[in-house]
Design a protein around this ligand. Structure first.
Ligand code: ATP
Ligand code: MG
Length: 354
């Protein structure tokens, strides 16, 4: 019996697409990457590659005809691109999930409307609105662009009301949200998956350390109580269920000092904080995503080890000989230029389950 999906189309050509393509290959599924960048790490390991803009109608149509289902490896694919593709073939997750995650106002509104707590926030588009938001939320607070932020880019911390004008200028007066600063005890994330049959599976929450707004390390298990762990999983399940989501999603959360959970962001895709599952679980987040979007049953999320995943940023990946000599799994993404802060690879160390 041949599988219903023989070719999986992936929008986006970065390292997440690369690891998805490799997981698909293990299941006998070919990956076809669609990305505007000619040197795309995902294309190096894929069966097919279309290098075209996201609004190239002819290229999108040909892509739709050459794959059985389409997924995304980054959330900023224009929603219109997904709509065009969805006229021809299934797009999973659906465009609405991307739209919500692309806009911090839509994202926080979606969460709050479902009774899920976030940092206090206000939408801000003008200087008077920022002043009013600062009065309401106080300082310190963080001004974030509504769209296109990643790795802490497009964010400014405001420590005093007098810094408001400078902060707005720093984000080029782009439409934004002001968020109250959360004095969190730790940051965690839940990698959750939902299948086409509505089944939901969560991996154990990881604990995340950031440096300069960029993820440095994920440690599993997170040092949280069983009650906090259960609530974190419940929140993640509620998000994918109410969104009628299909695929893997990363849900980033703050654990406040009183144990309360606040959702920071949702990422409608496989997530950097889930890379440890490649070695720590029989079925990784990447295979889980491929299974979900291709209509397979979800696999086990059981963890057979404790794990620490560390990102290799910029030139840190250059000394691959030293990295490989240590007792750790090395992943290099095959990217050309090692710009400072750029995610070039990661390493994972496993240890016996405590
Ligand atoms: P990424 O793409 O890495 O997820 P991003 O650019 O979308 O990042 P956020 O996740 O919003 O940005 O923020 C990056 C980090 O900054 C958070 O993980 C957290 O450490 C810190 N941070 C963000 N918002 C707040 C807040 N309201 N209070 C305290 N710290 C925050
Ligand atoms: Mg984030």
């Amino acid at each position: 019996m041949s599988a219903p999906v023989q070719t999986l189309g992936i929008l986006g050509g970065g390292q997440l697409g690369r690891m998805l393509a490799m997981a698909a290959a293990r299941l006998g599924i070919k990956a076809h990457i669609y990305a505007p960048e000619s040197n795309s790490p995902a294309a190096h390991v894929a069966a097919g590659f279309t290098c075209a803009a996201y609004n190239d109608l002819a290229a999108l149509k040909a892509f739709a005809q050459s794959v059985d289902v389409v997924t995304t490896e980054f959330e900023n694919v224009p929603a219109g691109t997904c709509d065009i593709l969805a006229n021809h073939i299934p797009v999973r997750p659906h465009a609405r999930a991307l739209e919500i995650a692309q806009d911090r106002v839509a994202e926080k509104s979606f969460l709050n409307e479902r009774g899920i707590a976030t940092a206090p926030w206000r939408a801000v588009a003008t200087a008077p609105e920022l002043d009013a938001a600062l009065k309401a939320l106080g300082t310190p607070s963080i001004l974030k662009t509504r769209r296109l932020g990643y790795d802490g880019k497009g964010q400014v911390r405001i420590t005093a009301a007098k810094d408001a004008a400078g902060a707005l200028a720093a984000i080029k007066a782009a439409p934004a949200v002001l968020e109250g600063f959360v004095d969190f005890e730790r940051e965690i994330s839940v990698i959750v998956a939902r299948g086409t049959d509505g089944a939901i599976a969560c991996y154990d929450p990881g604990e995340n350390d950031h440096e300069d707004g960029i993820l440095r390390r994920t440690t599993v298990p997170a040092a949280i109580s069983e009650a906090t762990r259960k609530s974190a999983l419940e929140i993640a399940r509620k998000i994918v269920r109410t969104l009628d989501y299909v695929g893997v999603m990363g849900v980033e959360m703050f654990v406040a000092s009183d144990g309360k959970l606040l959702v920071n962001e949702i990422a409608p895709r496989v997530h950097n904080t889930g890379h440890w599952t490649l070695e720590g679980c029989a079925i990784s987040q990447f295979e889980q995503h491929v299974r979900a979007v291709c209509g397979w049953p979800l696999g086990s999320t059981a963890r057979h080890a404790d794990a620490v995943m560390t990102n290799l940023l910029g030139s840190e990946a250059d000394d691959w000989q030293a990295l490989a000599a240590k007792d750790q799994a090395v992943h290099l993404y095959g990217k050309g230029e090692a710009r400072p802060g750029r995610k070039m690879g990661h390493v994972t160390v496993l240890s016996a389950k405590a």
